[in-house]
Design a protein around this ligand. Structure first.
Ligand SMILES: *Cc1c(COP(=O)(O)O)cnc(C)c1O
Length: 385
């Protein structure tokens, strides 16, 4: 059976072959434990880890010692939020986040709520944007942390991170951002953007799954993160455990490729995005683009279709690996909370498709995707009537 065309790059990406090449030695002959300081096996592993750390720090305009390695953006988000809030256990404190964060933030703050932390989940506008003014107005004397994602994984909307960072600084509140979708795609400068904590993931940038990193600001101000697990003291004791050397090398190689290819890839993928958006909107009056028309990830397209029966929707999309809603929510019966937050009814949320464009996507893939979507809508409309 022919495999469907992969257009779900916001869910995950394939490993780039150059990333695999960079990882292989560390899965084979360079197998040392980066903590083994008494012999060359350990030194080689440690050298590779520190080189990777330096590279990721440079991409963020951060310092090398401000980057620690984790198992992915989920862990980075958990560690950032739980580890920071643990400093304020004895006072009733407040977190500001949004309604459209990834579950790896929402479920963390939901948990914190059960421990007595106050949580404000900001509404977003119809494009999925948090308004800086709203952030400002929600700050209280006990607000400790603002956690707002850089780019949304379902609808691609970019948040006004620099403005939010400024507001956080002005009010002495710490600022975390989940950059799993945006890292490597848009330029990030943690100082200019006023970011104190930032989460990234390997498998969204053609790196391996199960590896990520957390940026932790070391000065102006110094952020203290309380460890959430205990062990051998690795990563300044903040995240102990034998380092995933091949994964870390792969994450850094993937990040390096993202930066080296960024200009060309952004241009090419943006054109494919435009082609798909215009093609569907022009030929399908029931289609609506979700997310912001311009302030969005270049590789995300999300459409909702009006007046279609959800039960027949997506029948006829065989041959395309795309997602309805987000990868994490589509298996569940409940409509996406992100789409609900931008004002969609349950029905409209259910007739939604997300197309993620990537490094190996061709013009032909996009043309085929477009014609399949148009066909599908036409068919399900006939059935719906
Ligand atoms: C994928 C993703 C995550 C989870 O990352 P993992 O590395 O899979 O744990 C978190 N946040 C966003 C925005 C994501 O897109």
């Amino acid at each position: 059976m022919k495999k469907p065309i992969y257009l779900d790059y916001n869910a995950t990406t394939p490993l780039d072959s150059a990333v695999l090449e960079a990882m292989l030695p560390f899965l084979k002959e360079e197998f040392g434990n980066a903590s083994s300081s008494s012999h060359a096996y350990g030194w080689e592993a440690s050298r590779a880890v520190e080189k990777s750390r330096k590279l990721i720090a440079e991409i963020l305009s951060a310092k090398k010692q401000e980057v620690i390695f984790t198992s992915g953006a989920t862990e980075s988000n958990n560690l950032a939020i739980l580890g920071l809030m643990a400093n304020f256990r004895n006072s009733r404190s407040h977190i500001i986040t949004s309604k459209i964060e990834h579950k790896a933030v929402l479920d963390v703050v939901k948990y914190l709520e059960t421990t007595g932390v106050e949580v404000t989940q900001l509404e977003v506008n119809k494009y999925g944007q948090v308004l800086p003014e709203q952030v400002k107005n929600s700050i209280k004397s006990n607000t400790r942390l603002i956690s707002i994602m850089m780019a949304n994984n379902e609808i691609g909307t970019l948040q006004p991170i620099t403005e939010i960072g400024q507001i956080a600084k002005q009010h002495g509140v710490f600022f975390h951002t989940d950059a799993a979708q945006s890292f490597g795609k848009i330029e990030i400068d943690v100082d200019k953007m006023g970011i104190d904590l930032l989460s990234i993931s390997g498998h969204k940038i053609y790196g391996p799954k199960g590896v990520g990193a957390l940026y932790i600001r070391s000065e102006k101000p110094k952020i203290v993160i309380q460890p959430q697990q205990f062990g051998g003291g690795q990563e300044h004791n903040i995240r102990p455990g034998t380092l995933n050397v091949p994964g870390i090398v792969g994450l850094a190689k993937a990040a390096e490729l993202m930066i080296n290819l960024r200009n060309d890839e952004t241009f090419r993928i943006k054109n494919l995005q435009k082609k798909l958006i215009n093609g569907v909107l022009e030929n399908c009056p029931q289609a609506q683009l979700n997310g912001h028309p311009t302030e969005r990830l270049c590789n995300n397209v999300s459409f909702s279709f009006h007046n279609l029966n959800a039960d027949v929707f997506s029948l006829g999309l065989s041959g395309l690996a795309i997602s309805s809603g987000s990868a994490c929510s589509s298996a569940m019966a409940a409509p996406s909370y992100v789409l609900k937050a931008i004002g969609h009814s349950d029905g409209l949320a259910r007739t939604t498709l997300r197309i993620g464009i990537g490094r190996s996507t061709t013009e032909e893939d996009i043309e085929l995707c477009m014609s399949k979507i148009l066909q599908m809508v036409k068919k399900s409309q006939e059935i719906s009537i």
